[in-house]
Design a protein around this ligand. Sequence first.
Ligand code: B12
Ligand code: SF4
Length: 467
Amino acid sequence: MTRTLLVAPPYQADISSAAQTTVGAPMGLAYLAAALRDAGESVSVLDANALRLTVPEAAERIVRAGNAGVVGLTATTPTIGRCAAVVEHARARGFAGIAMVGGAHPSALPAETLRAHPGLDVAVIGEAEGRIAEIVRRAHARESFAGIGGIAWRIGDAVECEPEPPAPPELDSLSGPARDLLPMDRYRSPDSRNAHTVVATRGCPAPCHYCAVPNLFGKTVRRREPAEVAEEVGVLVRRWGADHINFVDDTFTWDADWVIALCDAFVERGLHRRMSWQCLTRVDRVDGRVLGRMASAGCLRVEFGIECASTDGLTALRKGVRREQVQRAFDRAHRAGIQTMALAMVNVPGESVADVEETWRLVQALDPDQLQVSICTPYPGTGLYDEARAEGRLRTDDFARYRFLREAVLDNGVMTEAEALAAQRLLQRRFWLRPRTVGRLAKRSIRRPSLLWAAAQALPAFVRDGP
Ligand code: B12
Ligand code: SF4
């Protein structure tokens, strides 16, 4: 019988029509499951999202799993309410164990999370591999969590909180993610029906005002050994049939020498012939040499956060990049033969509808292969959230609405909510319906039929609700 069940709540239906064509593994839970197994704990993972379960169905699985003594859920800001709802439904069906949450949202607002959701008992702050076995042991034994660090817990009507987590463990000392506990046949992306996620680094030193990553993973980039990463990719290819890898690191190319060593490790093992890969990075952390090596090691696409075109907007976001650097990075990637995805933003503090037009001109000049337009959203754990809250510029306290592709919860001081939403849709539609984008997609679909499948999946919702 499973004593501990880790749960990823359902959220797929809430993200954009285009984003829904990607289903990714809950990597945090997979790492935690491995750490628990190492400690001899019997653990299972329920990826309710990939399995497309509803909240009551997920709760039913918790109860059917033999009523695990501890349930641990992973939460971002828009999914914290969903996590609490899963627990409530499970309790209504007889679940009497300890319910804990971790992830970006509880890490930013641990005590508030417990106060807002009486069904939740424990909120864990930051990376938890080093502490999870002890937390779970104490939860089963119903002992106090005092002294663990980086944790909030409920005692009767009160909430105790130890806000400082201990330093996270070295990444190479962690056991690899317990993929055998995940529904591996469910993970896909537009590029492949067998696409899998890898985490090679954690943390980011950049000062971006809107980003929760430095709060969650710290302000230095911690990297795994390139050979270890290549071994993990090799297992994904051989054991799980992966032919596309999505590196979800936030600034994959922070260290050029590390990237080159990783590319060499792929090539030495012949992996570049068996899979393609993509990553996310900053425009000021790539040059022609690195991009060239990435291309020859199988890199299909790089995603760059371009945010917005106006200098004032970039200053408000504290992005720390200039427009010339953005253009240079896209030109270099295209010259190296790597596709690009531009991650743009509207509703940036102080931005007007005219500024959004400027962003559209920038997008046209960059000529990316793909575009995602977010609506600037103040997530807890960011400077933007603290500032917007202090200045009364949050349009709602309902965290379920903090979905950066669907809602405009920040009053940016200039645009109305309707204008911000319209601006996002306009940019997305202009881009995705332009003949150049459609033509490229059609051409690439000949080599990658999964793209056609993804387009067919996304199209009805795209036409109905917008991107
Ligand atoms: C890949 C990714 C996605 C994928 C999700 C794939 C998946 N299956 O999870 C997609 C594209 C679908 C996505 C969507 C969204 N994402 Co996202 N995403 C990421 C990204 C880049 C990597 C996630 C990851 O794998 N991290 C690596 C693992 C190891 O870390 P982890 O999951 O956080 O887990 C560790 C700790 O948090 C903790 N922990 C986590 N869960 C639990 C549970 C328990 C019980 C315990 C004890 C501990 C614990 O321990 C883990 C191990 O150390 C992160 C940024 C980042 N670097 O993490 C953003 C990030 C998580 N996303 C973010 C956001 C905002 C979203 C969206 C809300 C955007 C939107 N569309 O509106 C949606 C929400 C969907 C959702 N999952 O809730 C924000 C969250 C901020 C916040 N306060 O909520 C982040 C931090 C990005 C950012 N720049 O700010 N995302
Ligand atoms: S947006 Fe990207 S570069 Fe900026 S802090 Fe977050 S992860 Fe780092």
